[in-house]
Every structure is written in C-alpha cells, then in structure tokens.
Design a binder for this molecule. Structure first.
Ligand code: PAF
Length: 277
C-alpha cells in the first residue's frame, strides 16, 4: 500500500496501472469499522482501491472544530494495510491550489433542509471537495455510507450531473446496542453514550409503525425520543429518496427516515430506508 500526498504522485500511480478499474472511498480519517465496511465494498467493486484521508476545511462552519478534528493518519494507514492500494492524504493547498482554486459546487434546494439548515454552507463545501477529489482520483466507482443520507443523496446528484463515477451505498454499521458508528461517538460522555441508544430505538419505533402511515409512525418515533431526557431532537422525518423532501400523509413506497438529535454538545444522525405500505 502506498501513502501518496500529491496529485502528481497519484497520476503517476494511475499511469502505472492503466487499464485497471479504481474504486474510491473519500474519508476525513479517524477511521472506524463503518469506514472499513466502505473499503471492503470498494475492494469487491474494482481492481484497485484508493482511500482519501483529508479533513476538508470548507465543510466546517464557524464554531465547528476544524482545528481539533482528530488527525490520525498513521493509525488510519495501519487499518487500511491489506485493504487499500493507495491512501491519498493531500495537503489543503494540493486540494485547493491558491493559483487555480477548484469550482465551488452549490448544493441547491436538496442541501437547504435538515443538515443544511443546521450547518449552513456545509454541503457546498462537501460537494466542492468531493467533486475535486473525483477529478484528482478519477475513479470508476465511489463508495459512501448510508448513515449520512443527505450527503449520499447530494453526491448522487453530483455524480449524475458530472457523468460519474458510479456511486455505491453501504448500509450503516452499528455498535452492539444499535447505535450507528460515527467519528462523533467518541465525544459522548458515558451517560450520553448510554442515552444515545434512543437513536436506533426511535428508528425501530418508526419502522414498526410504518403501516400506520408517515404521520402516525413519526409520532411514535418522536414519543420514544421524548422519553429520553438527555436527548434533544433536531428532526425526525420521512423523506423521498428522489429529492429529499418530506413525504405526505398519503405516501406509499420507498422512503428514507432521517433523524438528528443532540446528546450534550454532540449531534448524532441516523437513517433507515423504509417501505411505507
Ligand atoms: O463523509 C465524510 O467524511 C466527508 O463529508 C467526505 C465525504 C469525506 C468529504 O469530505
């Protein structure tokens, strides 16, 4: 496995492997088993696997701790040994050359609600770096986690608009008690970590009540969350996978459940694809 830091090195590596397909997993590092499941899916999808480790400054807002985001490249590379062919860990100037900045990609209406409302500009920064990394790595396929459902939706739109790569989604990996794995879980106090079990319990309550229709099913989920005093619900909605807008009471078909809640200062997300009969 190679650890590369420049576009020139990456291009030279690609030239040496001309004719091989490449699967790409973009990450911000601090890798956990959820990331590893993405890399394993990438392994199945192409001849070669590139994993980027880049803490992207443009997707952090004011007060979001870009400087203190965990940077654990050595540990990440150790976890990827035997799974990835290349770890691409560029500098900020390599991704955003001051003399030739990459185009800013705007998330549009699909990026305004939910996480976009909570974190203004976040999705523009995320799409801008993903677009730039797609240009740098030139993958055939790219793998994203379903846990960040709105990110996945927006990346699919980006890939469709730019004509590739193919986007593969991997189901959320969970802790034994059901909590979705996330780099943010490490910030939970023991008390909040125990309380955070209410996230998958809320999801399961909506899944169990889906035959009652969206409004009643969501009400049941909200009741589960409200019974946990340490949780502060930001949103719990069923959205259309087509445009990420909330579905109506008469909706039937495939929907995506999205939930965000705070436990202390840590904000957690969860999601599940649900068929509403
Ligand atoms: O999901 C993430 O870790 C980031 O948003 C991504 C896709 C690596 C872009 O910086």
């Amino acid at each position: 496995m190679h650890v590369l830091t420049t576009l020139a090195q990456l291009r030279s590596w690609r030239t040496q492997h001309a004719g091989k397909t490449v699967a790409f997993v973009p990450t911000m590092g601090a890798l956990h088993d959820g990331h590893i499941s993405l890399v394993e899916r990438a392994r199945e999808a192409a001849d070669l696997v590139v994993v980027s480790v880049f803490v992207n400054p443009t997707q952090f807002g004011q007060g979001e701790d870009f400087d203190n985001y965990p940077r654990t490249l050595d540990a990440d590379a150790t976890k990827l040994a035997g799974l990835a062919d290349v770890v691409f860990a560029p500098t900020v100037d390599e991704v955003y050359p001051p003399d030739e900045p990459p185009p800013v990609i705007h998330a549009g209406s699909g990026g305004q609600a939910f996480e976009g409302a909570e974190r203004p500009g976040h999705f523009d920064g995320m799409l801008t770096v993903v677009n730039r990394l797609f240009d740098m790595v030139a993958p055939n396929v790219a793998v994203f986690g379903q846990k960040d459902a709105q990110q996945l939706h927006l990346v699919r739109v980006l890939a469709r608009d730019r004509g590739g790569p193919e986007i593969l989604a991997v189901h959320t990996v969970r802790e034994p008690d059901g909590l979705a794995m996330s780099s943010r879980n490490r910030f939970l106090s023991a008390e909040n970590r125990a309380a955070a079990r209410v996230m998958p319990e809320t999801v399961q309550a909506v899944v169990a009540a889906r035959a009652e229709g969206p409004v009643k099913a969501l009400r049941r989920g909200r009741a589960v969350m409200a019974a946990q005093p340490l949780a502060r619900l930001d949103y719990l909605e069923l959205v259309s996978p087509k445009d990420f807008s909330p579905v109506g009471e008469d909706f039937h078909g495939e929907a995506t459940l999205v939930v965000a809640a705070r436990f202390g200062s840590t904000r957690l997300l969860d999601t599940e694809d649900i068929f509403v009969p």
